[in-house]
Design a protein around this ligand. Structure first.
Ligand code: GAR
Length: 194
C-alpha cells in the first residue's frame, strides 16, 4: 500500500502520519508528499524525515485540469494507492477525483456537515456552539461533503480562546488521523487477501 500525502501548510498532521508509518503503526509506505506551496513548512518536515517531496503550484499551469493532470501522472508513475489530504487547502477537481474516487481521504477540523470550508475551527468558535470536533471522510466533488469515516467531538469550554480550541482540535487530529488510517489500510489489506 503506497500513500501520497497532500498538504499546503504547517504539516503537523503530515508529521503525525509519517511518524505512525515510521513505527509500523500504519502498514504502508509513505511514498511522497505533494505540496502546492513551495515555501510551506510541511516541506521541511518531509525533508527532515527523508520523505520525497513534489511541489508545484496551479499558477505554474494554464488550467487546473493541467495542474491536476501533472499530479496524476506523477502519482501513477509511483503507483500510489491512496491519497491522504492533510491540510491541503484546495478543492480537488475531476481530473484527480475520477481516478482516485474512493481512494482519497480528507481531514476536516469540525463535525461535518457543520462548518465546512477553509475556517472550520474559527467558524465553530464564533458560532458559540458548545462542541465541535474533527471529521475524517472520503473526498467527493463537494466541499467537505464526502462519506464520513470517523468523527470525534471536542467540547468548547467557556474559558476556551480560539487559540486553545485550535490546540485541542489539533491534538485530536494527531491521534485520530493515524488511527483511522491504520484501521482502514489493515481492513483493505485483509480484503485483498481474502
Ligand atoms: C488541520 O486542522 C486540518 O484539519 C485542516 O487544516 C489543518 C492543517 O494543519 N484542514 C482543513 O481545514 C481542510 N478544509 P497541519 O498543516 O498542521 O496538518
Amino acid at each position: 500500500m503506497k500513500l501520497a500525502i497532500f498538504a499546503s501548510g504547517n504539516g503537523s498532521n503530515f508529521q503525525a502520519i509519517a511518524e505512525a508509518v515510521a513505527i509500523g503503526a500504519i502498514e504502508a509506505q509513505l511514498t511522497l508528499l505533494f505540496c502546492d506551496k513551495k515555501d510551506a513548512y510541511v516541506i521541511k518536515r518531509a525533508r527532515s524525515m527523508s520523505i520525497p517531496v513534489i511541489s508545484f503550484s496551479p499558477n505554474d499551469f494554464e488550467s487546473k485540469a493541467m495542474y491536476e493532470a501533472e499530479i496524476l501522472h506523477l502519482l501513477e508513475e509511483e503507483q500510489i494507492d491512496l491519497i491522504v489530504l492533510a491540510g491541503y487547502m484546495r478543492i480537488i477537481g475531476p481530473t484527480l477525483l475520477e481516478v482516485f474516487s474512493k481512494r482519497m481521504i480528507n481531514i476536516h477540523p469540525s463535525l461535518l456537515p457543520d462548518f465546512p470550508g477553509l475556517h472550520g475551527i474559527k467558524d465553530a468558535f464564533y458560532a458559540n456552539v458548545p462542541e465541535t470536533g474533527v471529521t475524517i471522510h472520503y473526498v467527493d466533488d463537494g466541499v467537505d461533503t464526502g462519506p464520513i469515516i470517523a468523527q470525534e467531538k471536542v467540547v468548547i469550554d467557556m474559558l476556551d480562546t480560539l487559540d486553545s480550541l485550535e490546540k485541542k482540535i489539533h491534538n485530536v487530529e494527531h491521534k485520530l488521523f493515524p488511527t483511522v488510517l491504520a484501521k482502514l489500510i489493515k481492513n483493505q489489506q485483509g480484503e485483498g487477501r481474502s
